[in-house]
Write a protein that binds this ligand. Structure first.
Ligand SMILES: C[S@@+](CC[C@H](N)C(=O)[O-])C[C@H]1O[C@@H](n2cnc3c(N)ncnc32)[C@H](O)[C@@H]1O
Ligand code: SF4
Length: 321
């Protein structure tokens, strides 16, 4: 019998349903969000959270304290983050940066959060408003620069900015990379995912079993588990991590069945996977360019400052730490 294995990354929906932006592209808060009203929302029960940490800790996955919402809006987020770190878990987060004020930055640095990506998607305020729904570019940029200052030469947190390419900001992609590459540790650029879970343009010519089924699990606030990070409205019923445990759900039942269908090339038999092409985010091509290491797949690329590679969290799928 194959030995049980644990996911390398666990997305934990500590609070779901709350965001202080409404980016049009967002699967849960945007105007194109699929079945927006059908999503279950709430805050994770504290005792259940502790029990989950106890299960996760021996396996040391990377933990992202959010699903598709704004993590800094989680009530008592610093308390949750401290507990995750006290369990010796690697914590990586994405934030829209609005609440990343001086006090928050100081505390995130003190907690040695492993990685923080701030989503920006623009260099001009008008573009930012179009793609992120509010005119707060300067505030977010100020907060990133302050976080960098607060962190200084310390190893952690690894600090990145991200840019999701869509029609409204396409012309700023190159300028964004030029502007931020000497300031941050890493820039993430990715294609926009459509509501049908597809990216435009070229994808890998041969479909392979999706990397996500071997890498990441998403646990929602009520313990329900989603198939992958784009199963935002829990279309596939996997089970409940509070009742059944992550290890058990990851190795048995539905996830195992779906993995087998992928391995047999029967992608169309899994409704949510049938037309998705986000599986094409794998096998990165790596190249070095004047002090930067660039990792590129069909859907994403990362521009890493070579001098700061030491802070890459373990288990990174693009570049080995
Ligand atoms: C869903 S957000 C949640 C965290 C936080 N609120 C933020 O915006 O960073 C995580 C990342 O997904 C990106 N994102 C949102 N909608 C997307 C889409 N349709 N396609 C690709 N990325 C998307 C965001 O820009 C952000 O970088
Ligand atoms: S800030 Fe993040 S969670 Fe909020 S709407 Fe934008 S992408 Fe969605």
């Amino acid at each position: 019998m194959k030995e049980n294995f644990f996911p390398k990354k666990v997305l934990l929906g500590l609070q779901e349903g709350d965001c202080n932006l409404s980016c049009p592209k967002c699967y849960t808060h945007g105007e194109n969000a699929p079945t927006l009203s059908d999503r279950k929302t709430g805050v994770m029960n504290f005792e259940k959270f502790i029990a989950l940490c106890e299960e996760l800790a021996p396996y040391s996955p990377r933990v992202t304290p959010q699903t598709w919402d704004e993590p800094l809006l989680t009530p008592n987020i610093l308390k949750y983050l401290k507990i995750l770190k006290d369990f010796n878990l690697t914590v990586t987060m994405d934030t829209n940066g609005i609440l990343l004020n001086e006090k928050m930055a100081k505390q995130l640095v003190e907690l040695e959060i492993d990685s923080i990506f701030v989503s920006i998607d623009a260099i001009e305020p008008e573009t930012f408003e179009k793609v992120r729904g509010k005119d707060v570019l300067h505030l977010v940029e100020k907060n990133v620069l302050n976080l960098l200052k607060e962190r200084g030469d310390k190893l952690l947190p690894r600090i990145g900015v991200s840019f999701v390419v869509e029609d409204n900001n396409r012309s700023e992609e190159e300028l964004f990379v030029q502007k931020w590459k000497s300031l941050v540790d890493v820039i993430r650029v990715n294609k926009e995912f459509s509501p049908q879970r597809q990216v435009e343009g070229e994808v890998s010519p041969i479909r392979t079993p999706c990397w996500s089924l071997y890498d990441s699990i998403m646990v929602n606030y009520d313990g329900s588990v989603s198939l992958c990070c784009v199963d935002t409205h829990s279309e596939v019923e996997i089970g409940n991590a509070f009742d059944d445990g992550v290890l058990n759900l990851w190795n048995n039942g539905k996830v195992g069945e779906i993995r087998k269908l992928h391995e047999e090339g029967r992608f169309s038999e899994v409704g949510i996977c049938a037309n998705c092409n986000l599986w094409s985010n794998e096998s990165p091509e790596i190249k070095k360019e004047e002090g930067f290491v660039i990792a590129k797949t069909y859907t994403h690329y990362f521009v890493n400052n070579e001098e700061r590679l030491k802070s890459i969290p373990h288990g990174n799928r693009y570049i080995k730490a």
